[in-house]
Design a protein around this ligand. Structure first.
Ligand code: DGY
Length: 383
């Protein structure tokens, strides 16, 4: 019998150990091909290059990877690192071939990945939660402040050299205050989605004197109630530095009606498509501010533009817009002065992006080795 290169002890090992042995053997026998759709920078590319004898194929340009390049280069790949701009679907998986083991996305969101398709193909999915929580929470608060205090509109006045025509005036450019005041002693923040980033955003808002937090979540888990012990540290009853009196899960219409500032922080996808639409926006306070740092598809842009134009709400701060990045000057939301729009930069700090790229690389290598990934999406029940 020809030598397989596997030691006899492999046959008495656990399935996981055997898989690892087989993968190591294959790695020795032939190079594994890995495709990366964006250069991950001088700190992270060496992790891939030094890992072993892999054939590394990297999209060479500093812009989103072209689909055709990806389709041309994916055949024979065992692993692929993608960005949220790369669609992972049946077409790509079929082109890749049956040896593909891992799709590692450098993002916490995975709407660009067809979960059913990768699950059917027996491919594992790595993603990058946690490492971006703080950066996204920081920017969510920043957008809440920018939108309520007219920062987008007023900064462009200065940029355009028009400050001389807009001198200080008692009530010019005023907006609703995020923190509590003698005129607004209570403040309610709402969260559509109440995961890690929402909670980190809430923690940042407590020093503003926020008094109530309400949220909706897809989960019907009974642990996510006021009794949830993980929520206690936020509350004034247990934390003398906190002004927060309550954290309450509410139905969606109540979230619209009661929020002074509403943060959209739920995953995208068909279940949440346009969840913030005309009906929801009409229910909101006239003084309310909407912040979306999740996915553009959750908010109906036409309805939001109308809400701003007709003053159903005060303002909006968006890091994501449906159809991005194709948001030109004619986009309906760009006509609204009280809508601040940033080009999907919530996680864009040096530290966070390096963390995300590192985690994406580690997920990929762990899966190629047949081991546990630091952050693998459990596909059970999702595909
Ligand atoms: C993600 O990782 O999904 C974020 O949107 C990136 O900023």
């Amino acid at each position: 019998m020809p030598s397989s290169g596997l030691s006899s002890s492999s046959y008495s090992a656990s399935p996981q150990q055997r898989l690892t042995a087989v993968v190591s053997h294959l790695r020795r026998e032939r190079k594994l091909k890995v495709v990366v759709t964006r250069d991950l920078g001088p700190d992270v590319m060496p992790i891939l290059k030094q890992w072993g004898d892999i054939e590394l194929v990297t999209w060479p340009e500093d812009r989103a990877c072209e689909r055709q390049w990806l389709l041309d280069n994916i055949p024979g790949a065992s692993g692929i690192i993608v960005m949220l701009t790369d669609k992972v679907d049946d077409e790509l998986l079929e082109k890749a071939g049956r040896q593909l083991r891992i799709v590692s996305t450098m993002s916490v969101g995975y709407e660009h990945v067809d979960l059913r398709a990768i699950s059917r193909a027996g491919v594992r999915l790595g993603f990058t939660p946690d490492v971006l929580t703080d950066a996204v929470a920081d920017l969510s608060v920043m957008l809440a402040l920018m939108a309520s205090r007219n920062a987008g509109q007023t900064a462009s006045i200065v940029q355009a050299g028009n400050w001389p025509n807009s001198p200080w005036a008692p009530f010019k450019f005023c907006g609703p205050q995020l923190s509590t005041s003698q005129f607004s002693p209570t403040r309610t923040v709402g969260f559509l989605g109440f995961g890690r980033i929402a909670r980190a955003t809430l923690a940042r808002l407590i020093p503003f004197g926020i008094t109530h937090c309400i949220y909706t979540t897809r989960s019907s888990s009974s642990s996510e109630t006021d009794e949830d012990p993980t929520l206690k540290p936020y509350l004034s009853a247990t934390n003398p530095l906190s002004s927060l009196k309550s954290i309450t899960r509410v139905p969606l219409p109540t979230l619209a009606v009661e929020s002074d500032v509403l943060f959209v922080l739920a995953p995208g996808g068909p279940e949440t498509h346009h969840i913030v639409g005309e009906e929801f926006l009409k229910g909101m306070k006239k003084s309310a501010v909407l912040v979306n740092t999740a996915r553009g598809t959750l908010v109906d842009s036409e309805a939001l533009a109308r809400a701003l134009r007709e003053e159903w709400i005060w303002g909006a701060g968006l890091d994501v817009v449906e159809g991005e990045p194709k948001i030109g000057v004619d986009h309906v939301l760009l006509k609204e002065p009280r809508c601040v729009i940033l080009p999907h930069i919530a996680s864009a700090t040096f530290e966070t992006r390096r963390g995300m790229a590192t985690l994406a690389a580690k997920n990929l290598l762990a899966a190629l080795d047949g081991g546990d990934m630091p952050s693998e999406l459990d596909l059970k029940g999702r595909a």
